[in-house]
Design a protein around this ligand. Structure first.
Ligand SMILES: Cc1cc2nc3c(=O)[nH]c(=O)nc-3n(C[C@H](O)[C@H](O)[C@H](O)COP(=O)(O)O)c2cc1C
Length: 150
């Protein structure tokens, strides 16, 4: 039985390096892991005004992530943190009946800086400690791919 992994692509770029990293992982672990990219481009901006009347694009995103054995976050770095679009998606997850609580999770990231999104990943780890999120992040494994454009 293969394990279903939903890979949240933390970039909205059509030429995203982080998407390419996920494509590489998808091929490398085919047969063991069924890795499917989840795009956040169409996820509406979170507002408490609509959280109980979610747009279809939000429902699709949340259902997609929920329907998995594990979640992979592929994280670019924007201004020493995660892109706002990824934070928006995570905010929705936090208001979605514990969609990723205790779900196995893993974080990878690529950026053009030499530190390979380390600051963004540290921010994401901190955000994910919120009790409304708190996935079970695989410890002792960290992936930082710097100077990705080279
Ligand atoms: C608004 C913005 C801010 C950025 N800030 C950083 C940064 O703080 N550190 C870094 O290493 N790269 C930074 N970059 C460069 C990104 O690492 C680069 O655009 C990378 O390709 C993003 O990942 P993606 O290709 O998956 O979208 C920034 C890019 C943008 C557009």
């Amino acid at each position: 039985m293969t394990i279903s992994v939903k890979a949240i692509i933390g970039s909205t770029s059509s030429t995203s390096y982080n998407l390419k990293v996920v494509e590489y992982l998808r091929k490398k672990y085919a047969g063991k892991l069924d890795i499917t990219p989840v795009f956040i481009n169409d996820v509406d901006m979170f507002s408490v005004d609509i959280e109980n009347n979610q747009p279809e694009n939000v429902k699709d995103f949340l259902d997609n992530v929920r329907d998995s054995d594990a979640v992979l976050f592929a994280v670019p770095e924007y201004n020493f943190s995660i892109p706002g679009s990824l934070k928006n998606a995570v905010d929705w997850l936090s208001r979605s009946n514990f969609a990723i609580k205790d779900k196995p999770a893993f974080i990878v990231g690529a950026s053009m800086g030499v530190l390979g999104s380390v600051r963004a990943q540290l921010h994401l780890r901190e955000i994910l400690t919120n009790p409304m999120l708190s996935p079970a992040i695989l410890p002792n494994n960290e992936v930082y791919i710097g100077s990705i454009h080279e």
